[in-house]
Design a protein around this ligand. Structure first.
Ligand code: HEM
Length: 418
């Protein structure tokens, strides 16, 4: 599917279509309906900001589409929680994920895990001279299982396979029946890691985030372990962002020099903030948003410049246009990690069109942890190796960054460097 989208230029056409609609009908949320349900397409940055900052009071993230899909594998997940349960589940997520902290309180063991797995991946690449998506993805999932569930889960490929099957069912949620047995087996497996992490004499911090979940007091109805499936699922997007960032760096020499300098600027193994590499990951998500439609449903009639929109309308924030069209200002189709580094970060953060991790009270609570993981992985990849992109000739420093990048097809030639 991804390859088809890439070959047909579907994403580019989507951005152009959004621009044409905005020019024709003006900036107000644009109403349309699908199978009798009301939607409004949001293409104006200020309106996107309003929808996200009035979440969850006026707009709920738990839209019917998300409930249908995500309940397949995370029936108690924060993103699909009712207003009654949302606050306590959000508070648990922010606590365990250390939402405001660039360096998570477990950054030391977490970054050691990331480096170890990246080094093992590179040992294989040195033998073959190449790096493919499949090689990377296997290493990424070993890393993710260790970070989220602890070292004991490192080789639990069954768990990942169960999640992928439930996700596939989630993609067809309208047509697909609930996979109850599979879901029960998957959730039981997740809970067993939390129980192991909670047991006296367990491995402590090598129990990953599960050890924090086990130790964090939670109000009734929160289902702390039930929050973990979303984290596992969302780390998949972080893997895509990492490999796509590597593809950008392999094809943009100026940015690669800056990234390499940052990666090679120290010999110590401790956690680091790595602002430029974080910028590369943010750019990867800006250019290829892993959530192309951020959805919110209004619980009351809302008033806009041109009139009112009835309650129970799903507002769809179309991020490919917001991130690359006119609202993105001059950055549009270019790879600009410096946009997110300290001097200009306030400008990027203040631009309501740029929403790689969404924003507001239901924005991604994992953003800092994701950026810590991806930047450390990239740091290790770039420390002693150089990459040539052997797939995707369309990715070039002089051409606009393509609107789609099929990450499954990514292939690099790798050689030792430094
Ligand atoms: C590149 C990786 C990621 C990106 C781009 C990303 C982006 C986002 C976005 C756009 C949303 C809002 C979704 C919506 O409103 O429908 C979101 C929500 C969320 N993300 Fe992430 N995310 C990533 C990885 C992660 C990870 C690894 C975790 C946990 C460890 C995480 C935890 C969450 C949670 C719990 C929510 C729901 C927040 C709420 O409803 O209050 N995310 N993320």
């Amino acid at each position: 599917m991804m390859s088809l989208v890439e070959r047909t230029g579907w994403d580019r056409r989507g951005i152009e279509k959004a621009r044409a609609l905005r020019n024709r009908y003006g900036p107000d949320p644009l109403p349309f309906s699908v199978r009798g349900h009301r939607y409004a397409l949001v293409l104006e940055p200020e309106d996107a900001h309003r929808v996200l900052s009035e979440t969850p009071e006026t707009f709920t993230p738990a839209t019917p589409e998300k409930r249908g899909a995500l309940a397949q594998f995370q029936p108690h997940g924060l993103l699909i929680s009712d207003s009654g349960e949302r606050a306590a589940r959000r508070s648990l997520a922010e606590d365990v994920l250390d939402t405001p902290q660039p360096l998570h309180r477990m950054a030391e063991p977490l970054t050691a895990t990331v480096r170890e797995e990246a080094r093992r991946l590179l040992a294989g690449s040195e033998r073959t001279g190449r790096l493919t998506w499949d090689d990377f993805n296997a290493a990424w999932w070993r890393t993710v299982r260790r970070i989220v569930l602890g070292d004991a889960a490192r080789d639990d490929e069954t768990l990942t396979a169960q999640l992928q099957r439930l996700r596939a069912a989630a993609n067809w949620s309208v047509l697909s029946p609930r996979r109850k047995e599979l879901r029960t087996a998957f959730l039981r497996r997740v809970r067993s890691y939390v129980e192991t992490a909670a047991a006296p004499g367990s491995q402590g911090e090598t129990g990953g985030l599960a050890s924090l979940v086990a130790r964090t007091p939670a109000a009734e109805g929160v289902d702390p372990a039930g929050q973990i499936p979303h984290w596992l699922f969302a780390y998949d997007a972080a893997g895509m962002a990492t490999m796509r960032a590597l593809a950008l760096l392999a094809t943009h020499p100026e940015q690669a020099t800056a990234a390499r300098e940052e990666a090679r600027a120290h010999d110590l193994a401790g956690p680091r903030e790595l602002p430029y590499l974080r910028g590369c990951a943010l750019e990867s998500v800006r250019l290829w948003p892993t959530t192309p439609l951020i959805l919110r449903e209004s619980n009351q009639e809302t008033t806009w410049r041109g009139g009112t929109v009835p309650a129970h309308t799903t507002f769809a924030l179309y991020t490919p246009y917001l991130h690359r069209g006119e609202p993105a200002k001059s950055y549009g189709d270019s790879f600009a990690p410096h946009l997110w580094t300290e001097e200009t970060a306030h400008e990027a953060r203040a631009n309501p069109a740029l929403l790689p991790f969404s924003s507001g009270a239901a924005g991604c609570p994992g953003e800092n942890l994701v950026l810590l993981t991806t930047s450390t992985f990239l740091e290790e990849l770039l420390s002693h190796h150089a990459y040539t992109l052997a797939s995707h000739p369309e990715l070039r420093p002089t051409a606009p960054v393509p609107a789609t990048l099929d990450h499954f097809a990514l292939r690099f030639r790798v050689h030792r460097d430094g």
